[in-house]
Design a binder for this molecule. Structure first.
Ligand code: ZN
Length: 310
């Protein structure tokens, strides 16, 4: 536990929600990140999905007592600036039926407690900072490669631009059409990074989801090259102490050595001097597996509780 949270009442009962594009992970727990109850279900339509979340917390409250704050780490794009007119809402999204849904409004109508609202990726970055692979550093980037690609950036122990959220997945990357003729799957940009290297892109390009592709499938060399380009760009933009990579696609652990290898060759020796030892501590997997964003949501709830006392 970081010193900046020690001063807070860590034992409050809190609700945490990781609202992902594929599934929702609900937890009840403590402000110190301990999880005492959880439920996961697939993301369907907003009415059904949000009702299931509310039902989970209502049942948990009947067993454990009232929650003192709720932290929500939600798939984007969302409005997280409290001063904005659309605060708490989902912005225009390609996810059918979810555009403009008022998430904070929905839950504040049910639960009488402070609510924190952040992007799912920033939520995961917060989890990694307090409990995971970034416990020992104040400057890092957390990347998730799943259905989409997203990233959260920590600078000097705080989220970068936590009034908006970065859209790292949509960065434009070199696309060698001679090597990779796939046009990309991003509805906005076609061949942005997400359009070329997300789990959705892998499925469209190869006709099978990432988890069904063998470790020696050519998909992985290509995937590693795109993710190495991402890491080079992040290194040159932010000079982080480490890059933490999670999400469903990164469950393929054989990707890490390939990404590091391509990263070293693409850097061409310009910038930080990495070697075989330091690179292994620089591009690293999440240590929290699926719990980075749920634990981050509990921290967010805790912070909202503390803010409400001021
Ligand atoms: Zn895009």
């Amino acid at each position: 536990m970081r010193s900046d949270t020690n001063q807070y009442s860590e034992n409050i009962l809190a609700g945490g929600l990781e609202a992902g594009g594929t599934r929702f992970n609900c937890v009840m727990g403590r402000g110190n990140g301990d999880i005492i109850a959880r439920q996961t279900f697939p993301t369907t339509g907003p009415q059904e999905t949000l009702a299931r979340v509310a039902n989970f917390f209502e049942q948990g409250i009947s067993v454990h007592g009232p929650i003192q704050a709720l932290g929500i780490a939600h798939f984007g794009p969302i409005e997280i600036n409290r001063d904005a007119k659309n605060y708490g809402k989902i912005l225009a999204t390609t996810k059918a039926g979810w555009s403009h849904i008022d998430i904070v409004g929905y839950f504040s109508g049910i639960f009488d407690c402070p609510i924190a609202f952040q992007s799912d990726v920033n939520g995961a970055a917060i989890g990694e900072y307090h409990f995971g692979a970034a416990k020992d550093c104040d400057n890092f980037v957390y990347i998730t490669v799943g259905t989409g690609i997203g990233g959260g950036v920590y600078v000097n122990g705080a989220l970068l631009n936590d009034l908006g959220h970065p859209e790292i997945g949509h960065m434009l990357v070199p696309h060698d059409l001679a090597q990779d003729r796939f046009k990309g799957s991003c509805p906005y940009h076609g061949d942005c990074l997400e359009g070329l290297a997300s789990g959705s892109a892998i499925k469209v390009r190869w006709g099978r989801p990432a988890e069904e592709l063998e470790p020696d499938h050519p998909a992985w060399e290509l995937e590693a090259q795109y993710l190495a380009i991402l890491c080079v760009n992040l290194t040159y933009c932010y000079a982080p102490e480490k890059i933490i990579m999670g999400g469903g696609v990164m469950h393929q652990k054989h990707l890490f050595p390939l990404i590091r290898q391509y990263f070293m060759s693409k850097m061409q020796g310009y910038g930080p001097p990495f070697n075989a030892t330091t690179i292994e501590k620089y591009i690293v997997p999440t240590r929290l597996e699926g719990d980075a964003a749920t634990k981050g949501a509990l921290i967010l709830a805790h912070q909202a509780h503390v803010m409400s006392l001021k």
